[in-house]
Design a protein around this ligand. Sequence first.
Ligand SMILES: [Fe+2]
Length: 287
Amino acid sequence: MMVEAGGLVEQRKDTMTMRHVNSKVRYVNKTIKKLRCKKRKRPVVPRVPRLLQELFVSCREVFKGPGNVPPPFDVDKLRSILDRMKPEDVGLSKNLHFFKAAGAVTGTPRVTYTTIYQCDEFSLCIFFLPANAVIPLHNHPGMTVFSKLLLGKMHIKSYDWVDQVHSEDPVPPSQLRLARLKADSVFTAPCDTSVLYPTTGGNIHQFTAITPCAVLDVLGPPYSKEDDRDCSYYRDIPCSAFPNGETTLSEEDEGDRFGWLEEIQVPENSQMDRIEYLGPQVAENSL
Ligand SMILES: [Fe+2]
């Protein structure tokens, strides 16, 4: 695989690039002009980056479908692969214009995403956030999610519910629920993979791009309205004290930070643009 300045990823006669148009990121097909050459060139055989293929094969082994959470050994295996992955493994480069664009984005910057692969058990997606773009506070019901920041600088805030609620006992949308703050930090690529679980690890999170970012997400299983894994959105009210001085916190909770979370309608800035994935393809028949 060759990565040119400007982020052009060449794998075939058609090449793929991404560009930043009106604050949106695009993969664009470009055709290489055929050179007049007496000697016929051998066709370029598409090659899957080793780590991307390793990630795909491991996901097939690890994710057993809805209701299953990968055991620690399998989580470590996926985390180890993702920790080593680089932008070039999914056809990206820091030299892309999108990642060099500085400020001057008019209106609310929209997030773009692309799906590398999806099945019932897991999905591999990349999210592109221009500077100042936000993926608002949202949950991942029944899911285990690996997030690898490939490029850029991003603030991540995440929460877990203090008290779990069973699905047969739903919380009214307008009700505030107490959540424990798990992360409230700035991450700069390259950095380690973060993992969240159905009830721990910061299942409810928000991404705010400080610079243009690309995040590779592995979701197992993916969102599904039919299977009751739709995405809910929240607004958070940081709290340093409890109403009327009441507290249900144990000594173990002391020192933790909390927030009141209220479920909200789907926010406008959660709307994303989807683009076709034209980076290196995984080989499904390699098992
Ligand atoms: Fe998420």
